[in-house]
Design a protein around this ligand. Sequence first.
Ligand SMILES: NC(=O)c1ccc[n+]([C@@H]2O[C@H](COP(=O)([O-])OP(=O)(O)OC[C@H]3O[C@@H](n4cnc5c(N)ncnc54)[C@H](O)[C@@H]3O)[C@@H](O)[C@H]2O)c1
Ligand SMILES: O=C(O)C(=O)C[C@@H](O)[C@H](O)[C@H](O)COP(=O)(O)O
Ligand SMILES: [Zn+2]
Length: 355
Amino acid sequence: MRAERPYRVRVGAGVRHELGALVGEASRVAVLHPEVLADEAHRLGGRLDAEVSYLALPEAEQAKTIGVLAHCWSTLADAGFTRSDVVVGLGGGATTDLAGFVAATMLRGIGFVTVPTTVLGMVDAAVGGKTGINLDAGKNLVGAFHEPLGVLCDPELLAGLPSADVRAGLAEVVKCGFVADPEILRLVEESPEESVDVTADRLVELVRRGIAVKAAVVSADLRESTSTGSRIGRELVNYGHTYGHAVERAERYRWRHGDAVSVGMVYVAELAEAAGLLDGAVRDRHRAVLDSLGLPTRYAGAPFEELLGGMRLDKKTRGSTLRFVALTDVAAPTILAGPSEELLREADRRVRARA
Ligand SMILES: NC(=O)c1ccc[n+]([C@@H]2O[C@H](COP(=O)([O-])OP(=O)(O)OC[C@H]3O[C@@H](n4cnc5c(N)ncnc54)[C@H](O)[C@@H]3O)[C@@H](O)[C@H]2O)c1
Ligand SMILES: O=C(O)C(=O)C[C@@H](O)[C@H](O)[C@H](O)COP(=O)(O)O
Ligand SMILES: [Zn+2]
């Protein structure tokens, strides 16, 4: 990855054992992990030549809260952390987002390493340096850009991942397919079954391709600051997230992020079609690919007005102008700025109509 301090994203069986090299000379290491990975955390931590603290985090999005963040700060302070010490995020995206934000803020910034253990973490969350927590008011509303020292994506860690989480991770891979890499869509369409099989080479290939898209996009726009007019920088990989994050907020963060992004991509495909930007066939392809992976393509929960309130807090919004990453074709993105409320409502109606 190109960054202020470039770092490597390693993918392969056994790469988790390179953790010691990344941690380097640190005398203290904190391994943050979900409860389900406690044994793995201790196995990895036990091989480090450092004083290791283990912090078991609450499940999924419950880890991305101010309370958990404050607890981590206190634990690191009590353990005597200094600027040469390191935080390791071993887990899915919720863990690495929280761990990264702990590292970004502790002592105004210490090193951190991500060891993603979900498909979503590998292809997206662990790469690129976005860290943060949720507020009741909205998803990821507080955070920082803080690049890891390195990323270790070890497919062996996916062995026990529940199938629903594998599928949710594939939503972000499909996102990369629609915005940049049509080969991803072909691989999924050719065999949706193998695409969600953690023992299949196809899934590893999909993970590699997803990482390649994310790394290329982020390397060119580290701080999501270069979109101008219809030119799109890092915002590209936010495809499907405007409506998706609004759904997560409305569902009080009980939905999987990937599931919400799946619905969000269907929404923005409908929006682009309704705006006359996108062909009906490409819109329908969104539903077909996501359906084939068992991902949700319909939403009939919170009312449109509540979702609109969530979308207004999206980080791509400027003033009162909502901005969507939209497609004019596969791998042909544009920015749809300030669509009318009527259009926004129509796309929402279409997402619900099928529910
Ligand atoms: N920073 C970014 O660029 C970025 C990108 C995409 C998503 N995200 C964030 O990532 C989060 C979603 O990540 P996620 O989908 O990985 O969810 P998650 O971190 O909540 O993990 C999903 C579930 O899998 C469990 N788990 C994790 N690894 C496991 C394993 N190997 N075996 C068995 N169980 C395991 C977790 O305990 C959890 O219950 C969201 O908060 C989202 O906002 C961040
Ligand atoms: O890395 C990015 O940039 C992304 O937008 C990737 C998204 O998949 C990810 O969910 C990200 O956390 C969303 O960021 P946000 O700025 O919309 O909160
Ligand atoms: Zn995402």
